[in-house]
Ligand binder design. Structure first.
Ligand code: ATP
Length: 266
């Protein structure tokens, strides 16, 4: 279970300075008081346009960035006060997969398991099980250099799940995957959500409407760093008074005065 309350983060960058002139400061309010809860046995999707603040939110959740304000609790553990304990309960698939190219997929997974305090044999057994779940048995003992995008994603996901975390956080997991790999990943996530798969709490970010419609039990529409709307797909359709999800998203994420239908936008 993940609970995010009033989380904010701004970035200050400098540009255009010279020897005589101080560089101008540019402030970006990347996340601006976002709140949401993600339950166990559910897939929660953060849906937002480019630059809406999804990745920044997930990076704070994963302890990679310090928030300016707000709180993050994972299974009731405060991520800011007890990052080690909270991270042990999370499997995180970030945007950079960062595999060791000289190691095989199995070695990458086991190495990560060892870092999580697992015995080698236990981590190896998990690698075998995850290879089955993610349909990656044929690449398990291949070195990762030369892996395709889909093979890298599967290996990185298996590595993130090696310690069987109760909470799974995925930043745009289907980025660069073909239709078969995407379907395979969806199946794996549905299994992990089910009681047989451990009723995991899964949070993913995406800007793909279909992803959300096919997979997510709950959607958080992220716009300008805030949760502009929350609910299931049918609930969001009802809130927006639309029959197509894309139209509902446009209406909820942007100003209601913007025409919501794709035809009107054309
Ligand atoms: N390190 C940083 N320094 C300055 N600005 C940043 C930094 N990281 C993110 N931003 C800015 O914060 C805003 C939110 O970025 P973020 O990556 O969280 O959005 P996103 O919803 O994940 O977008 P996308 O779908 O394009 O990946 C953007 O305007 C981005 O340029």
């Amino acid at each position: 279970m993940i609970a995010i309350e009033q989380l904010s983060k701004r970035f200050v960058s400098r540009s255009g300075g010279t020897l005589l002139k101080r560089a101008a400061e540019r402030v970006v309010q990347a996340v601006d008081g976002i709140s949401f809860q993600a339950g166990n046995g559910m897939i929660t999707g953060l849906l937002g346009a480019n630059g809406a603040g999804k990745t920044t939110t997930l990076r704070m959740l994963g302890g990679l960035l310090q928030p300016d304000h707000g709180s993050i609790r994972v299974d009731d553990i405060d991520v800011l006060k007890q990052p080690g304990a909270a991270l042990a309960r999370m499997g995180i698939l970030g945007d950079a997969h960062g595999l060791y190219p000289r190691l095989s997929a199995r070695e990458n997974i086991i190495y990560f398991g060892r870092l999580q305090g697992m015995e080698r044999e236990v981590a190896n057994a998990r690698a075998e099980l995850l290879a089955e779940l993610l349909d990656m048995k044929s690449i398990l003992d291949r070195r990762c250099d030369g892996f395709s995008q889909g093979e890298r994603m599967k290996t990185a996901l298996a590595r993130a799940l090696v310690h069987d975390p109760a909470n799974i956080v995925l930043d745009e997991p289907t980025n660069g995957l073909d239709v078969l790999a995407t379907r395979g990943l969806r199946e794996a996530l549905r299994h992990l959500r089910s009681p047989a798969g451990g009723s995991k709490c899964i949070v993913l970010s995406t800007h793909i409407m279909q992803e959300v419609e096919l997979l997510c039990d709950q959607v958080v529409v992220v716009a300008a760093g805030r949760a502009a709307a929350r609910g299931s797909v049918p609930e969001l359709l009802a809130q927006a008074g639309e029959s197509r999800f894309e139209d509902a998203f446009v209406r909820l994420a942007f100003k209601p005065s913007i025409p919501a239908t794709a035809e009107a936008l054309a």
